[in-house]
Design a protein around this ligand. Structure first.
Ligand code: NIG
Ligand code: FE
Length: 384
């Protein structure tokens, strides 16, 4: 593999302790890793040289929450929502029906399309959940397909109770924690549940997470999205890697997050697409909570694959500075996935690098909707 010197960087955000942000910088990628960072004037030689021409370089975005294995879309539901119909978890069942009816090839092609879309927008690590199959076979195949594009796969059999179990939710939890988990676990790194009115209550979510932990899966949770609830407290009690949405929080929830190592993952594309209030990132940051930003790309509550859009929303609507929002979308996402090799550009990190068509990372929020990603490298391998 050839080494690459990226030089002429006007602003290099490394997120690396002791390095921080450098002006007039350079970075060397070698054997898939960041091999050197420092002032451009003292950069070592490499096989290939790329001139950033004064533009900004940031770590690749770590999108720690998405649902990309599905078929169909729910544009009609979105249009109805914009005309006043509220978002409800029940819409998930429409995507479940379409996903079950799709072939493996159709699901894989749709997934590849969305991952390519993300990559063009600077995402270099993506977590992908199942959760639109909700049978033993359909959850296992969703994870098998997801595994072809990422190691960060999450079993979300506890997304909603499918129609055929409407009269027997306890039976469905038994299926999820038994045969479905057994079929899913070999293909998954994480387990997740939707702990919300209309989906699963705290006891059901606890049972699912405990079964997942016993099968060797790390835990994460959807919680406090549609209203206040017990999910955030449960996630903190269990020491999960992350609890996601966190839109409706009590002071006790914020205190529990601050006292735990659990990352609060905020998903502002959801509030944009559902017209719900945005989560208060400022309150969380001021309390010392670790915050991540992610897309939650899915056909129902939020059909954007754009982390830059999420950064812009977090800055405009949630009280984050552009620097905090970039950190949350990179190092924050990495923390939410318990990864130390991504989310920063310190020496030794995976060479996941984004060159922006802008002089500063601030432009990610300052120029919303503008495609600012000029070039990305994943593991040192470049694509335009
Ligand atoms: O994260 N909240 C639960 N799951 C998704 C929505 C899925 C859907 O509406 O299809 C979410 O928002
Ligand atoms: Fe989600």
């Amino acid at each position: 593999m050839t080494s690459t010197l990226l030089t002429g960087i006007g602003e290099l955000t490394t997120n690396a302790p002791g390095v921080g942000t450098l002006a007039d910088a350079a970075l060397v990628m070698d054997a898939g890793r960041v091999a050197w960072v420092g002032p451009a004037v003292s950069a070592p030689d490499a096989d290939e040289v790329v001139d950033a021409d004064g533009r900004a370089v940031v770590p690749g975005f770590v999108d720690s929450h998405s649902h990309l294995v599905f078929a169909g879309d729910r544009a009609g539901e979105f249009a109805a929502r914009m005309a006043g119909t509220p978002y409800a978890a029940g819409g998930i069942r429409a995507t479940v029906a379409a996903t079950r009816a799709a072939t493996d090839e159709q699901l894989a092609a749709n997934l590849a399309r969305l991952v390519a879309e993300m990559r063009r927008q600077g995402t270099t690590t993506v977590e992908v959940k199942s959760g639109y199959g909700l049978t033993v076979a359909d959850e296992a195949r969703s994870l098998t397909i997801a595994r072809q594009v990422t190691d960060e796969t999450t079993f979300l059999g506890a997304h909603v109770v499918p129609a055929e179990f409407s009269d027997d939710p306890a039976g469905y939890v038994d299926l999820v924690t038994g045969p479905m988990l057994a079929a899913a676990a070999p293909h998954a790194r994480w387990i997740d549940a939707f702990c919300e009115t209309g989906a699963f209550d705290a006891d059901q979510a606890r049972a699912v997470l405990a079964a997942g932990a016993a099968a060797g899966l790390g835990g994460r949770l959807h919680a406090n999205q549609l209203g206040p609830g017990p999910g955030v407290a449960l996630a903190c009690e269990l020491g999960l890697a992350a609890v996601d949405h966190c839109t409706y929080l009590t002071d006790a929830d914020v205190d529990a997050l601050a006292a735990s190592g659990t990352v609060a993952t905020l998903l502002p594309g959801v509030e944009f697409s559902t017209r719900q209030p945005y989560p208060d990132a400022r309150r969380l940051l001021d309390a010392g909570v670790h915050v991540a930003l992610a897309s939650d790309c899915n056909p129902g509550s939020c059909y954007t694959s754009s982390v830059p859009l999420c950064i812009a929303l977090a800055v405009r609507e949630m009280g984050m500075t552009p620097t905090e929002a970039l950190l949350a979308a990179t190092a924050g996402g990495a923390r939410a996935l318990r990864r130390e090799d991504v989310g920063h550009l310190g020496v030794g990190a995976r060479a996941d690098v984004v060159l922006l068509d802008a002089p500063s990372h601030v432009h990610l929020a300052y120029r919303p909707g503008v495609p600012l990603v000029a070039r990305t490298w994943v593991g040192g391998v470049g694509a335009r």
